[in-house]
Design a protein around this ligand. Structure first.
Ligand SMILES: [Zn+2]
Length: 290
């Protein structure tokens, strides 16, 4: 009997020891996990502290090194401008690292020297403009057409004579145009005032080039019609697309005659923001749709 009691109590002691070892192991494993978590949290906080760009809603983590590099080269620019410009690829050579435009057939479709349209992209709902508003054979997306006609009617009431000399251009039309400019003027010059095929905003069907009564568009800046457009176009959904002193952002010379349709509400917001369409797109439109 005594022997049995000794054996039984030995078994109990062994079970107790095994149990203690097991508990100790689990506990130290949990401690390891806690340590890893603590380390991760510290790193996250550190990264946020190190990174002044991340507070912006349009900050892109994958661009962080480029923001830092751009800031070194442009120390006077604000954090907002640095993030905006890098997101627009303006730290790169034009026509490099290009990507197909998204938001096709919407009013906020972005086409520039880094975002292109396919050679066979033809916008939906193209309509021919009436001859009393434009040169013959000129097409626009219906909504833009309705609004430029309203705009021209109102301008006429105010004693202005505005006409559309160019609007939708197909890929192949732009190809001929650009190649001719290059032939006469060289690639470098041509790139400052003409888009390469696929990169022309005219292919969106949302753009008009306007003049006073079919005058030379190079003279438009000196007309009352030009000032009227600056004051009124946004109320019909159009914005000046390549403004003065914004060449480093739009990558185009100032074009007094080139207006882009974005819809009335958006045009009023962009006008009030004093930003170019490219900047406004990066800050307020792109992140909502990705
Ligand atoms: Zn144009």
């Amino acid at each position: 009997m005594k022997k049995i009691i000794i054996i039984l109590s030995s078994i109990v002691v062994i079970i107790f020891i095994i149990l203690m070892i097991f508990l100790f192991n689990t506990n130290s494993k949990n401690k390891d996990i806690d340590n890893v978590k603590d380390k991760e949290t510290t790193e996250k906080v550190k990264e946020k502290e190190d990174n002044e760009f991340s507070k912006l809603s349009y900050y892109k983590k994958e661009n962080l090194d480029r923001y830092k590099a751009y800031k070194t080269i442009n120390p006077d620019l604000s954090i907002e401008d640095i993030v905006t410009r890098v997101n627009l690829n303006l730290d790169k050579e034009i026509y490099t690292d290009t990507r197909p435009s998204t938001n096709l057939n919407t009013n906020y479709l972005l086409v520039n020297k880094f975002n292109y349209l396919d050679s066979n992209y033809i916008p939906e709902n193209l309509e021919l403009l009436n001859n009393s508003y434009a040169k013959s054979g000129i097409y626009l997306v219906k909504e833009a057409k309705d609004n430029i006609e309203r705009l021209i009617d109102k301008a006429k009431n105010d004693g202005m004579n505005i006409r559309v000399i160019s609007a939708y251009r197909s890929y192949s039309y732009q190809e001929n145009l650009y190649n001719n400019y290059v032939k006469n003027d060289g690639v470098e010059n041509a790139d400052t005032y003409s888009a390469r095929p696929g990169y022309s905003e005219h292919q969106t069907g949302l753009v008009v080039d306007v003049t006073r009564a079919f005058d030379d568009f190079n003279n438009f800046e000196n007309t009352n019609e030009y000032n009227w457009m600056l004051e009124n176009a946004h109320n019909y959904g159009f914005i000046l697309r390549y403004p003065k002193d914004k060449e480093d952002i739009t990558t185009y010379s100032f074009e007094a005659w080139h207006y882009r349709y974005v819809g009335v509400e958006l045009a009023q917001k962009i006008k009030a923001s004093n930003l170019t369409f490219d900047e406004y797109y990066v800050r307020y439109l792109e992140s909502n749709n990705n």
